[in-house]
Write a protein that binds this ligand. Structure first.
Ligand code: SAH
Ligand code: AVI
Length: 322
């Protein structure tokens, strides 16, 4: 039976907030070339990310899910009946189901993501599994204060930001984002954030250089997307995936490296690459618990409880608006 409360077509934010063409040309024209990681997530990119989450080397997803499984009742304690759960970068919403099972009287679940396809698939699945849940998908960039549906104003909001997606921002950007979330959640509000922890560099490097090459395909899919959407002429065989750990910055960096001197055309513009030149496509910062709590305080959130796994691979933080 279909759920009349579920909006199957996600709401759309203005297109200029998602200006892929401008960002691509700007990023590829810089002396050190970059591409923003939020553009990984077209339909194929979202599928590849889901494949990554099931890889033996990629420990974050299953470790965080196990933390939710073990502590779900405690984590949702603080979500009042009729309250709203707002998830940023919800993707497949699979881990969210662990919390939703504990929240039969939730007022609404707002899922925000740049990936239209991931949101639509997740919304359809949630409608089937949670027939009475009021799901409100919004396609958009969470870096901007998202206007929540007006009928939810005045309800208590709990923000949910799992997956260590916060690690894909620099610490300065992360503080800015946490302030944006505070404004979306105000007045009051609570935030549950998943954060990958610092650990042995070899384990980290393997998680981003899997043997099956799925992470490489995820990274190079950015070039496939540019070829398709902007008449790009990237030869996929002339570039390779690279992921390295930078201990000083405490981050994994993903790059796409040119294997030869070459010129590529994008939207009619010619872009030169030297052999060995790289496009920086993603950062994935790893924090200690104390480091992340300090970062949260700088954004005017008060850290409360923290949940981790026995091997201290991953952490889930509860933050309260100050
Ligand atoms: N929360 C899920 C998915 C994490 S992958 C999990 O924990 O498994 C990161 C998700 O964030 C993707 O679904 C991607 O489409 C989305 N995303 C990345 N940058 C975004 C942005 N700036 N605004 C909105 N969504 C974004
Ligand atoms: C979504 N994000 C937290 C993932 C990460 O681990 O930084 C994206 C990813 N990149 C490569 N593998 C997974």
């Amino acid at each position: 039976m279909s759920n009349p409360k579920v909006r199957r077509r996600p709401e759309l934010l203005p297109a200029d907030e998602n200006d892929f063409a401008g960002a691509v040309l700007e990023g590829l024209s810089k002396p050190s070339k970059t591409l923003p990681c939020r553009f990984f997530y077209d339909a194929r990119g979202s599928e590849l990310f889901e494949e990554i989450t099931r890889l033996p080397e990629y420990y974050p997803t299953r470790t965080e899910a196990a933390i939710f499984d073990a502590n779900a009742a405690e984590i949702v304690n603080g979500v009042p009946d009729g309250g709203v759960l707002v998830e940023f970068g919800s993707g497949s919403s699979l881990k969210t189901e662990i919390l939703l099972r504990q929240l039969p009287r939730l007022g609404a679940y707002v899922s925000i993501d740049v990936s239209d396809s991931a949101l639509s698939d997740a919304t359809a699945r949630l409608a089937a599994r949670f027939p009475t849940l009021d799901v409100r998908p919004i396609v958009g960039d969470f870096s901007y204060p998202v206007a929540l549906p007006p009928d939810l104003a005045g309800r208590h909001k709990t923000g949910f930001f799992p997956g260590s997606t916060i690690g894909n921002l620099t610490p300065v950007e992360a503080v800015r984002l946490l302030r944006v979330f505070r404004s979306v959640m105000s007045p009051g509000g609570r935030l549950i954030v998943g954060v990958d922890l610092k650990k042995d560099a070899r384990k980290l490097v393997l998680a981003y250089n899997d043997a099956a090459g799925v992470t490489a395909a995820f990274n190079l899919n950015l070039l496939v997307r540019i070829n398709r959407e902007f008449g790009g002429t990237f030869d996929l065989d002339a570039f390779r995936h690279e992921a390295i750990y930078k201990p000083r910055e405490g981050r994994i960096e993903m790059h796409i490296e040119s294997l030869q001197d070459q010129t590529v055309s994008v939207s009619g513009r010619r872009i030169r690459f030297r052999a060995g030149e790289r496009i920086h496509t993603e950062n994935s910062y790893k924090y200690s618990i104390a480091q992340f709590q300090e970062l949260a305080r700088s954004a005017d959130w008060q850290p409360r409880r923290v949940w981790t796994d026995a091997d201290n691979l991953f952490s889930v933080h509860e933050l309260i608006s100050r």
